[in-house]
Design a protein. Sequence first.
Length: 481
Amino acid sequence: MGSTSAQHNGGLGRRDVIKRSAAIGLITVPTMSFLASCASSDSGTDNKVDKGTASEKNPLGVNDSAPLDFVLFDGGFGTEYATDAVKQYEKAFPKAEVKFTPTQKIQSQLQPRFNGGTPPDLIDNSGAEAMDMGVLVGKKQLADLTPLLDAPSYDDPAKKVRDTLRPGVVEMGQFDGDPVWIMYYAYTVYGVWYSQTALDRLDAEYPEDWDAMLALCAKAKKQGIAGWTYAGKYPYYLPFSLYPFIGKIGGREVLDAIDDLEPNAWKHSAVKSAFEAYYELYKKGYVLKGTPGLDHIQSQTAWTEGKALFIPNGSWVENEAAKTTPKDFQMKVAAPSGLDSSDKLPFGAIWASGGEPFVVPANAKNPDGGMEQLRIMLSEASSKNFTSKVKSLTTFNGGTDGLTLSTALQSGVDALAKAGDNVLNPRLQDWYVALQKEKIGVGVLGEMMAGRMTPAEAMNKAQEYADAAAKDSSIKHYKHQ
């Protein structure tokens, strides 16, 4: 969802968009031809441009006349923030020609280029057709971004780029060891989204435990309002609130065990409690009728129209749902309600992580240029530009000073402050895309929330899918360090 990002318009978990980003973030299963084509990192010719001269203003040694090829996912965040950053690159390297290509068809457009060994220099790998990061990393198709992270930051040469990022961002880009393969640009707060205006009309507070959640849903139902809706066609949005709910009940080690594909991880009592709680929403009629047939845009529209109180989503939703959101809506996000006083983590525990994953292909002609474009984007000015235009935070640790934040964005900032150290970051959506999206998301959670599978059956099926992935020798396996 990771991250991310994310991001969809044609279907997937995060704007287009995880998920997924976001981002969270949310990715389709790669075709076999893509998997086969990425067998090694030396499938293309060595056609890299000559290295430029490194200097204080050009610490990465970018060739100042080399073309830059930048492909961006055109989803809920739009393209303006990126074109603004491209202008900064063109100003720094006026002799360089920048080819900027926005698209929602990342995989189908870029697969032939990876096959031919001529990928772009920088890719925003997001949306419904994002490429599987685990496959790209496992097949050595990505460049290590450590040179970018160790370069002087754009605003303060005394600070490395890595020292300007939010906690956990560098680690998210790692899969196995020290190399960093992905730079997440957006910083997504996942959780339960609601309208403060809608709660005020019900004379209600956001519920911090499950009994209070059920009571509020019952109260709303009497007024003809559903408690919940979600992207029924893309039920891998459900984990945005369900996974931190599981972590809240049983502790982050439960989520780590799920990520690590441990035997019986999906049969933990915390998973059982969380599944049963969500299933109760369905059983008591607290889910908007017809939700299983809605895509992410339709469910968000039903929510902004006041047909349901709550929706699991990521912070891209403010920008993505802007056209249908009433001016007095007062959009906010909160951490998932807890179960009860036995929870291992406090109410504020929430899922927040990098979204909108940017990568530099190993066979890129101008990898230094791709990294320099990212260095520009990770400046304070670019970060503020992104936040002001798309109502989302970036992974630059700051960038909100002097900005007037919307209720949604401010609520995200407040939620992070309330969470403190209790910020969760499940990695299943990053490490095992097909398992998370198709199997767990659609095949388990979608079925359970539509009433076609009991919680016990859902737990067994999820474990069955996880065990199959753990035994699949064609999949590169990752574990928390």
